[in-house]
Write a protein that binds this ligand. Sequence first.
Ligand SMILES: Cc1cc2nc3c(=O)[nH]c(=O)nc-3n(C[C@H](O)[C@H](O)[C@H](O)COP(=O)(O)OP(=O)(O)OC[C@H]3O[C@@H](n4cnc5c(N)ncnc54)[C@H](O)[C@@H]3O)c2cc1C
Length: 500
Amino acid sequence: MLLRLFSSPVPPDYLRDESRKTGTAQGIVLPRSVDELTAALREAAAVGQPITVQGARTGIAAGAVPDGGLVVNLSKLEAILGFGADSDGCPTLRVQPGVTLTALRRHLAAADRPCLFTPDPTEASASIGGMAACNASGACSFAYGPTRAHIAAMTVLLADGDRLTLRRGQALAQGDHFALQTQSGRTLTGTLPHLNMPAVKNAAGYWVKPGMDLLDLFIGSEGTLGILAELELRLSPKPAQTLGILCYFSDENHALACVSALREQARGAAPHTLAAIEYFDADALRLIRSSTAHTGLLLPSPQPHWKVALYLEWALAAHTPLPDALTSRVLAACNGSAHDTWLAADAPTLEKLKAFRHAVPEQVNALIAERKLRHPDLTKLGTDLSVPDNRLTAVMRLYRDGLAEAGLQHVIFGHIGNNHVHVNILPRDMSEHAAGKRLVHAWARQVVAWGGSVSGEHGIGRLKKELLHIMYGAEGIAGMRRLKACFDPENRLNPGRLFD
Ligand SMILES: Cc1cc2nc3c(=O)[nH]c(=O)nc-3n(C[C@H](O)[C@H](O)[C@H](O)COP(=O)(O)OP(=O)(O)OC[C@H]3O[C@@H](n4cnc5c(N)ncnc54)[C@H](O)[C@@H]3O)c2cc1C
């Protein structure tokens, strides 16, 4: 069956992802078991075929877009294998990589366990394998961190079909050196590259540090070192209650001051957890308002003085009222007001607020799809830059000045709690596209100089290789290339991602 699929035409949907880039491929396999996946990899190895790994294809860096060779799509590996516990007694859940975040959440709700898998990319149709491969984050990564810390164990298949079984805490690098034993009895050895990991939210290139847990090498490696074929997830206790708050402000600077104040105050707010601080600028709010599909999400009818908005999410440890005093004090200090603030305490209203967050990238994609009819090569230019806390105001000024000078249409939204907003430049033609690209590169250089990252969560894929070069230089990239060669000496697994 596998050989037949190798030579079958590939349906167009499997040639693209949410980056809206389209590629080509000679064949596709959709394995239904790890054994079928292994067999496909061995057959591809026998003929030297390059492989593109796909999860749910929600990625926006074109990592899942093939460039010839065989597509290995993991969406049929969608079994939830069962609950367990790790060595700390923390509950875990074993899953196949094609399980989507939506399916996982449904399973946890139906199992009636008071557990939560906290990584929460806005696009919940993402697969768990894809999330681990990209070290995905989301709004609540402000409190709980990205996917990495929530993986207890993994089975990784190498490009030739050989297998690694990795459990957190059991295989550590010795300084910069590592050795891993495969299922067939081979020992893979190598040296970790010297990369200066920024102390910010970061999903750019390989994550390395001396003495590291070798499980972490594969998380965030975007499918370039091995295929994540089974994962054991660490679950967190479910909060007694979740509260969403939408606050409107008349000025961006007031919202920025509020972010800093909230961060400061939240540190002393136990047992409540401030899980998320998200941002929508005036252009993002205007974009949602312009869409009739999303009108009902604007709670309630917008007022003229509402220019920008913050969305806050609180996880309450016990069934207690909103940490009112705290939020009102912070809002008052930042020229926010209870009259411009909405609270979602029940599930349907919370869902509405979450849909509100999702509406911005959806509207951006719809707008660009329309413009693409006139300019087929046009794409949005979405930044994913993150900076240290003390650079938040400066980076927003950098964006505002650059956009105003270039006269580019844009929206700004995202994970401001982590100083990680997405600037989406919406070019109207190819000359604006080129101008936008120059601007993004200039921003990336400044952000790296400030100790930030060129990718907080989306990864590098095929679209942001130049940015990774800005971050780590030729020597860093050469070190990453050497590391890849330890696991994939023929460069057949997701070639052309991260670096050429
Ligand atoms: C509207 C929208 C909002 C988004 N919001 C967020 C957000 O808030 N936070 C965030 O982090 N991301 C976000 N994303 C990006 C995307 O959802 C994430 O990157 C997600 O982790 C990709 O998962 P996927 O299953 O779709 O992977 P794919 O797109 O299929 O693949 C992504 C990369 O991972 C590799 N890969 C996939 N599965 C595996 C596997 N099992 N083993 C090895 N490699 C694999 C692929 O080869 C590719 O390089 C958003 C995307 C959209 C469209």
